[in-house]
Design a protein around this ligand. Structure first.
Ligand code: AMP
Ligand code: TRP
Length: 341
């Protein structure tokens, strides 16, 4: 094996345009992407992963508009196309090309362990698409096509980033190279797993059955207030310490959300609200959410009214992405022994 190469510090992450953005996407992903961008320590690449969205059925017209909406969500939250590369995955064909090579590196046994596939395919795995099953190999290609060193994600993606490391390792080992980095998942902050507002044991997701179980980034102030007011809780007031939140998933979730939105820790939130009843905490939380999300949702609507501008930004980002991706893909082809690229 050759000497350890040094990789450019580079962040990559993605969001699927498979529905509207939620508060979970904002706190678990986008807000942290903006922090990485502003820290200036790493190159930052953010993607609307449309090819991942179609692993389950998407109405074409809805997919088209959801792709622009996720782009608008990134931009409105502070992703700046002059500081970060922002694009949609399908415009850079190298993702699917490297994805195929990684499908030939990854093992069936690895894929069989993926809990997200089991959750999404449910009882009826025979009817799930082949793409849904192979999805983690495409995700590994998203990351490794840029030799990304760090991937900020929510808790639910940890296993996929670990599989990305396994793929990089096996590729490097099989071809006796040190070509792909062992990417670090970065899962930090108080809100890496925002839960459903009606059931604190389930994740808040874009595709949950009832709109009352999630906060959408485009919800208006009244809707946000109503959803928090109706959020499920237990009858106890907020405790004095974090330990006393154990076994109270709904209470812990609302504290996590408050902490994530205010940029504080759970401990600091508990210190301020120890002993407070829900009648006091929930309106404070709703006000905070409206204060933070209101301007973002207004900006998203403004951007969505000018789709040509969003398309221009995505096309420019795709050009920049290709510049990094193409040499890495060509070198991969050469390593594998494919002729001609
Ligand atoms: P997705 O919407 O599944 O494409 O997720 C995009 C990003 O948002 C990933 O990094 C997820 O881990 C993150 N994310 C999605 N839902 C949540 C949630 N409920 N809590 C925290 N992070 C989330
Ligand atoms: N699988 C991720 C999700 O469902 C989305 C995703 C695709 C992603 N490719 C990625 C996240 C690369 C981080 C890096 O949320």
């Amino acid at each position: 094996m050759s000497e350890e190469p040094s990789f450019t510090p580079r962040v990559f992450s993605g969001i699927k345009p498979s529905g509207g953005l939620t508060l979970g996407n904002y706190l678990g992903a986008i807000k942290r992407f903006v922090d990485w961008q502003e820290a200036g320590t790493h190159e930052t690449i953010y993607c609307v992963v449309d090819l991942h969205a179609i692993t389950v059925w998407q109405d074409p017209a809805v997919l088209h508009s959801a792709t622009r909406e996720v782009a608008a969500g990134y931009l409105a939250s502070g992703i700046d196309p002059t500081k970060s590369i922002l694009f949609n995955q399908s415009q850079v064909s190298a993702h699917t090309e490297l994805g195929w090579i990684f499908s030939c590196v990854a093992r069936m046994g690895w894929m069989n362990r993926m809990t997200q596939f089991k959750d999404k395919a449910g009882e009826n795995a025979e009817k799930a698409s082949l793409g849904l099953y192979a999805y983690p190999a495409l995700m590994a290609s998203d990351i490794l096509l840029y030799h990304a060193t760090h991937v900020p994600v929510g808790e639910d993606q940890k296993q996929h980033v670990e599989l990305t490391r396994d793929i990089a390792q096996k590729f490097n080992h099989d071809f006796k190279v040190a070509f792909f980095p062992e990417t670090e998942p970065v899962i930090e902050g108080p809100a890496t797993r925002v839960m459903n507002l009606r059931d604190g044991t389930k994740k808040m997701s874009k595709s949950g059955e009832s709109d009352m179980e999630r906060i959408n980034m485009t919800d208006d102030a009244d809707t946000i207030a109503k959803k928090f007011k109706k959020a499920k809780t237990d009858p106890e007031p907020l405790p004095e310490s974090m330990e006393d939140l154990a076994g109270r998933p709904e209470a812990k979730n609302l504290v996590d959300i408050y902490a994530g939105l205010s940029g504080r820790t759970d401990e600091e939130v508990i210190a301020e609200y120890a002993g407070a009843g829900w009648g006091r905490f929930k309106p404070a939380l709703a006000d905070l959410a409206v204060e933070k999300l209101g301007p973002i949702s207004t900006e998203m609507k403004r951007l969505m009214a000018d789709p040509a501008e969003i398309d221009r930004i995505l096309a420019h980002g795709a050009d920049q992405a290709r510049e990094i991706a193409e040499p890495i893909l060509s070198e991969t082809f050469r390593i594998v022994g494919l002729v001609g690229r």
